[in-house]
Design a protein around this ligand. Structure first.
Ligand code: TXA
Ligand code: MG
Length: 320
């Protein structure tokens, strides 16, 4: 695999990135959550090349990004709940699923056959600058090969996608480190489809009501295809709620207690779930080595971002 073009973010790489996107090429860029693999969301061929580059099942729809809420007006049917969440929480790590508007100019591929569109304003200077400079809505899944770990650095993108991407804009490590929270607002009651970088508690505070979280284990046909039970997977097995690593296992610890021998990384020695979220994918990447028989992971409290961390860890551990 040849190496992709990887440039530090500056005026010149921004201009190049925007013109590549307008030509229908693929540009990876940082957001506050993870790196995204961007393409012009109005260009069918460009969106199709995202699926090809990721090896992504064609039934898994994509999030459309823009820099301003009004940019989404031609694409979706807004409702009061969505407007309240957008006002309070954007730019930020929350993706809203809304009904697709009649005559919506977005490629049908971004909806992958559904009558809805997922939209988000990312809270990252590089992403916002690129969106403004391009002047088009950008479809962007996480910039990794389908089913594998999400990338939180430009190097992760290069390792996972190689020259399948036309340009990687390097804007450093992603501060949140977990994908956005996905909420379905196209149904009569809002439902969280994917716990993520924005804690459930903050959404409930805006809406003034508890919001149910959809559980992938239950139904056969997940409403959000990304909720497939096995996803976000390292190459070696993952064992959850481990107090200790077994012989040959690497250990992903959380909190002050951890074994002093063997390959150990600690998500947060002080037991902070926000810090743990930011470290999660990068540390899983580092422990995902063929010389280990697996990765044992400490229990993580199920509060705040812990909900999303445990969701990703369950998928990483699910049978493939
Ligand atoms: O933080 C993020 O969300 C990152 C950055 C780049 O924005 N993007 C990301 O995209 O994680 P992706 O494609 O890896 O995950 C998008 C999730 C998937 O679980 C997908 O099934 C779901 O959103 N999704 C997208 N459109 C949907 C729709 N119309 N209805 C239901 N689920 C949808
Ligand atoms: Mg993904």
């Amino acid at each position: 695999m040849t190496l992709p073009l990887l440039l530090p973010f500056d005026d010149a790489s921004l201009t190049l990135g925007a013109s590549l996107l307008r030509e229908g090429k693929l540009v990876a860029f940082p957001t506050e959550t993870v790196y995204g693999l961007g393409a012009d969301a109005t260009n069918d061929r460009a969106v199709a090349s995202i699926y090809a580059a990721k090896g992504r099942p064609s039934f898994n729809p994509l999030i459309v990004h823009a820099a301003d809420k009004k940019d989404f007006d031609p694409f979706v049917v807004w409702n009061d709940t969505a407007c309240a969440l957008a006002r309070a929480l954007w730019p930020g790590p929350i993706t809203l699923i809304l009904k697709r508007k009649e005559g919506c100019p977005l490629s049908l591929l971004v909806s992958a056959g559904l009558d809805t569109v997922a939209i988000r304003i990312p809270n990252h200077p590089v992403a916002l600058a690129l969106l403004r400079k391009t002047g088009r809505p950008i479809a962007a899944p996480s910039a990794n090969a389908s089913g594998f770990l999400s990338p939180t650095t430009a190097a992760h993108v290069a390792a996972s996608l190689g020259d399948k991407v036309d340009l990687i804009l390097d804007g450093g490590a992603c501060p949140v480190g977990l994908e956005s929270t996905v909420i379905n607002l196209a149904t009569s009651t809002p439902v969280i489809l994917r716990p993520g970088g924005l804690p459930l508690e903050k959404i409930e505070a805006v809406l003034g009501t508890p919001v149910p979280v959809f559980h992938a284990e239950a139904p056969l046909s997940p409403p959000s295809p990304g909720m497939l039970a096995s996803h976000y997977a390292p190459h070696i097995p993952v064992r959850l709620n481990a107090e200790q690593p077994e012989k040959g296992e690497a250990f992903l610890a959380f909190g002050p207690q951890h074994p002093c021998s063997g390959p150990v990384l600690n998500l947060s020695p002080s037991g902070d779930v926000v810090e743990a979220a930011a470290n999660l994918f990068a540390m899983l990447h580092r422990l995902d080595r063929p010389e280990h028989i697996g990765i044992a992971v400490s229990p993580i409290p199920n509060e705040g971002l812990g909900l999303a961390i445990n969701d990703r860890l369950r998928r990483a551990a699910a049978a493939r």
